[in-house]
Design a binder for this molecule. Structure first.
Ligand code: SF4
Length: 904
């Protein structure tokens, strides 16, 4: 082709199968002329892709023919099909179930096939419902276009053929078609028609002879792509100026893998700091969706947040995005993200976000997560959004969205790098294409505008500049007309090449097969694949064809079109990969740091939980309470078990604050007022929860939870009803104590005064629990023992109040019989290590154990020593920090006295 272009006579128009080939041929032509003519001027080549050529001819006719219609671009065409199909479905029962955008895409494809293969709409039997629906839609589409003066690319050759006779000056003197594997009957007829009007068609010249070809097979697609990347690298090292092609039939499916393997092989240093901006030496012809570019994703995220609640994860992305507001606020925004997760809601409203972002403490000082800069920007954008929300044209929406993004501080204050700049350009281009929809869709509501813009971003591939990269990775269609010094075609297995049959569902199958439409039959696909493979084999002197043997555990065979070639062993080109080097160089060097700095002063966070964590694993206590290493919240639908437990606590608190004591309880029950009291308490607590969690507490959630809580309370009160007289001395009461040199804040669920004046300390549990957790050198549940050893007044009973459906009851120990139902007096036979004066001996034993744990914490004990590895670690969020699984400790048995108490 290069040689042919060099000798083209003047006034020749070169029409290419795609835009890429036009660019490449133009570039090659300019380079050659520059080398021949130096800095003298030369006539540029008239070269453009097929559709652009037809549009140019059509625009040329505008001045001649006053009735020339406007040519719709693909986005406008899709919008018109959606309108027609949407209107048709609105009249059908159940029609709303159809995916209109998807149906519109297939209808537009069917429309192109009808015209490309010159199939009249009338006169065919559209046998099934889909076909009949399409026939109907196509009639409306045609009528609408005629009425509005629109025309689409599918009809342009026929319309041009009717009119070009009147404008012979628009015709090219000579025409060269480049890169077409086949012409549709419509294209053939159009070119022939131009020939009759005087355009001379220049033959593209005989195909090159097939190159030297080898075939390899690999274990799977991963091994195949890795080998291809190693071959490309070796080939470039041998001949740095070589033009290398890699053609992939399933490029969309392999894109991510190819990018990863080629980055590894061709620019291994890209993962090092500061190397990220280096251009890739390869160009992937299929870009990733524009929507996946972080800059565009942030823009759409802001616009969505201005309209409605958005998922928490999405808000987190926005808060951490550098494309919004001031970079100085990013640390506070990360804290705001963490703070939002504590609320437990799955979605976030802009209102809620602004309230938190501007939060101040009791003295009017900003909270650590306050970000007034971001809050100010979003508030300004919200005001503008509220003022300007009526339906408007797509162009009006494009302007509106740009203004809102400006107000919201997008795309941020930092200077964009070259890649980000290209994305920004692609976003602006996207807005222009979106705005052009106003030609065919006069007004859009805010929801429809956002949906269309988002869909357009998802469907638009972002392709960074890279046509000049020495390695071109292409799909089969883009490779038309391209020529290389070496070419690898990969993924040629029997399920991909020939491509699977995929007829259009809106056209009669028999007709598609008979006329040989693309993807209509196995025979057609086989013939097309054979022709294309011949073309590819003639496009370079050196060819590699390859296929994988497995897809997961499914066997694959080489395509029948390459199976006859003898398979050859792929040479070992393995290049040492930087990642493997780095990993290989890693040496695990255990460094025991069992002790951190001692605690300064005596103030300690965590209350009784401090001793619980210290007993379970000293490192966990150190990491969580000294270093603040706590995991981010992970909201889930509804309430999690902790939240349910907390709801129960609030309920029992509210109930006993009203009842006061066993006498008050008995009196309300006697007067028949208990049910009303329970209703009132449950409603009040649920109303409070609704204020905190408005999105979780829906009407149906509230009704279900109300029923559940009333039943549970009823069951629990049956247990309380059987108790000897008592007075509730405190609920959810906090106490500050100094214990073991630590100032601890303790909070007890409930303290009852018994008939003899001593106390019963009660801990509510909504899960199953065991008294055994109070004992041993490393107690699992030290809260009640800690209360007992620090109590200012005599304690006679300690108990878990297990409030669970079907399992309500007290579990505990007491200093005397029948103080609480089901709670037994301490028995030396059941609690090991006690010798006389059991209750006091037990408390003295606890004091020793708990003081030792407190002393360990104070001293900075940070041993990675889970109580029972791996059980203790199963629910711990810190294994990545402590690396216990890298250096798994031997299971550590409890040492010392192992007091065990049975509670069953
Ligand atoms: S994962 Fe295990 S060893 Fe690590 S901190 Fe948690 S409990 Fe300790």
């Amino acid at each position: 082709m290069d040689a042919l272009l060099a000798q083209l006579p003047p006034r020749t128009t070169v029409v290419t199968v795609n835009r890429r080939l036009a660019r490449n041929l133009q570039r090659a032509h300019d380079a050659r002329r520059r080398s021949e003519l130096g800095d003298r001027a030369w006539e540029s080549l008239d070269i453009l892709p097929w559709n652009a050529w037809l549009s140019r001819l059509w625009e040329g006719l505008m001045g001649v023919d006053a009735h020339s219609a406007v040519v719709l671009d693909p986005v406008q065409e899709q919008a018109v099909w959606e309108q027609v199909i949407g209107a048709g479905l609105a009249a059908l029962p159940g029609g709303a179930l159809l995916q209109v955008p998807q149906a519109a895409r297939l209808a537009a494809e069917a429309w192109r096939l009808l015209h490309g293969w010159r199939i009249p709409l009338a006169g065919h039997d559209f046998l099934n419902d889909d076909g009949r629906a399409f026939s109907d839609w196509a009639g409306h589409y045609q009528a609408l276009c005629a009425h509005e003066g629109w025309v689409d690319a599918a009809r342009l050759p026929d319309l041009l053929a009717q009119r070009l006779e009147q404008a012979p000056w628009l015709l090219p003197r000579r025409l060269l078609l480049a890169g077409f594997d086949e012409l549709t009957p419509q294209q053939r007829a159009f070119v022939d028609h131009l020939g009759r009007l005087g355009t001379e068609q220049i033959e593209a010249g005989a195909a090159e002879a097939p190159g030297q070809c080898v075939r390899h097979a690999f274990t799977d697609a991963e091994a195949e792509v890795e080998a291809c990347a190693a071959w490309v690298r070796a080939r470039l090292e041998r001949q740095p100026e070589a033009r290398i092609g890699v053609v992939v039939p399933d490029l969309a499916g392999q894109r991510t893998r190819i990018a990863r393997c080629f980055d590894d092989a061709l620019r291994p240093g890209a993962l090092l700091p500061g190397a990220g901006g280096d251009p890739r030496p390869f160009n992937l012809s299929l870009g990733a969706p524009l929507l996946d570019q972080p800059l565009v994703n942030a823009a759409l995220g802001v616009l969505e947040l201005l309209r409605r609640p958005v998922p928490l994860e999405r808000v987190g992305q926005l808060l951490r995005s550098p494309y919004l507001g001031e970079p100085d606020e990013l640390p506070a925004r990360a804290l705001l993200d963490a703070r939002l997760r504590e609320d437990g809601e799955l979605t976030v409203t802009l209102r809620g976000l602004l309230a938190l972002a501007g939060a101040v403490d009791g003295e009017g000082l900003p909270r650590p997560w306050s970000c007034p800069g971001l809050a100010g920007l979003l508030a300004r954008a919200r005001e503008a959004s509220r003022r300007e929300n009526p339906p408007r044209t797509a162009g009006g929406w494009a302007e509106h969205f740009s203004r809102l993004l400006d107000l919201a501080g997008w795309p941020g204050k930092r200077t964009l790098d070259s890649a980000e700049y290209q994305v920004l350009g692609a976003w602006r281009n996207l807005l222009e294409r979106f705005a052009a929809v106003e030609l065919v869709e006069r007004q859009l509501g805010p929801g429809a505008a956002m949906t269309r813009l988002r869909r357009l971003a998802a469907e638009s591939a972002f392709q960074p500049e890279g046509d000049t990269a020495p390695v071109q990775v292409l799909g089969v269609l883009e490779s038309g007309g391209a020529r290389f010094d070496a070419l690898w075609v990969l993924g040629l297995h029997d399920e991909a090449w020939p491509a699977p049959v995929r007829p259009n569902p809106f056209l009669p199958y028999s007709l598609q097969r008979r006329l040989g439409l693309p993807h209509a039959s196995a025979e057609r696909e086989l013939a097309y694949a054979a022709r294309t493979l011949d073309r590819l084999r003639a496009s370079a002197p050196e060819i590699v064809l390859s296929s994988p043997r497995l897809d997961g555990d499914r066997d694959l065979r080489p395509s029948p079109l390459i199976a006859a070639l003898p398979e050859t062993q792929f040479p070992d080109l393995a290049t040492p990969r930087l990642v493997a080097h780095i990993r290989g160089a890693a040496r695990l060097e255990p460094m025991a740091e069992p002790v951190g700095p001692p605690l300064e002063g005596s103030r300690a966070p965590g209350g009784a939980r401090l001793l619980q964590l210290q007993a379970a694993c000293p490192f966990r206590a150190f990491a969580e309470l000294r270093l603040g290493a706590t995991p981010l919240g992970e909201p889930q639908p509804g309430l999690d078990p902790l939240e349910r437990g907390s709801l129960l606590h609030r309920l029992l608190q509210a109930l006993w604050e009203r009842l006061g004591d066993s006498e008050g309880f008995a009196a309300v029950a006697r007067d028949g007022g208990l049910a009303a009291l329970l209703d009132a308490v449950v409603d009040a607590v649920l109303a409070e929860l609704e204020r905190e969690r408005p999105q979780t507490v829906t009407a149906s959630f509230r009704a279900l939870e109300r029923k559940r809580l009333l039943r549970l309370l009823g069951e629990w009160l049956e247990v309380e009803r059987g108790r000897p007289p008592f007075t509730v001395a405190g609920v959810e009461r906090e106490r500050q104590v100094v214990f073991g040199g630590l100032e601890l804040r303790l909070r007890m669920d409930r303290i009852d005064r018994l008939a003899d004046g001593r106390l019963a300390v009660i801990d509510y549990k909504s899960g199953r629990t065991r008294v055994a957790g109070w004992f041993g050198e490393r107690p699992d549940e030290p809260q009640l023992p800690l209360y007992a050893v620090t109590a200012a007044a005599p304690v006679a009973a300690l108990a878990f109040a297990q409030v669970r459906p079907g399992e309500c009851g007290f579990l505990g120990l007491s200093d005397g019989a029948e103080l609480l139902p089901g709670v037994e007096a301490v028995d030396a036979g059941r609690v090991a290590g006690l010798t006389g004066g059991e209750w006091n001996a037990m408390i003295a034993r606890w004091r020793t154990v708990l003081e030792r744990l407190a002393a360990e914490f104070r001293a900075g004990d940070a041993r990675v020593a889970p109580k029972h590895y791996p059980v203790t670690c199963a629910w711990c969020p810190l294994p990545a920090l402590c690396r216990v699984h890298s250096v798994a400790p031997p299971p550590e048995a409890e040492n010392g006295v192992s007091g065990e108490a049975g509670d069953e």
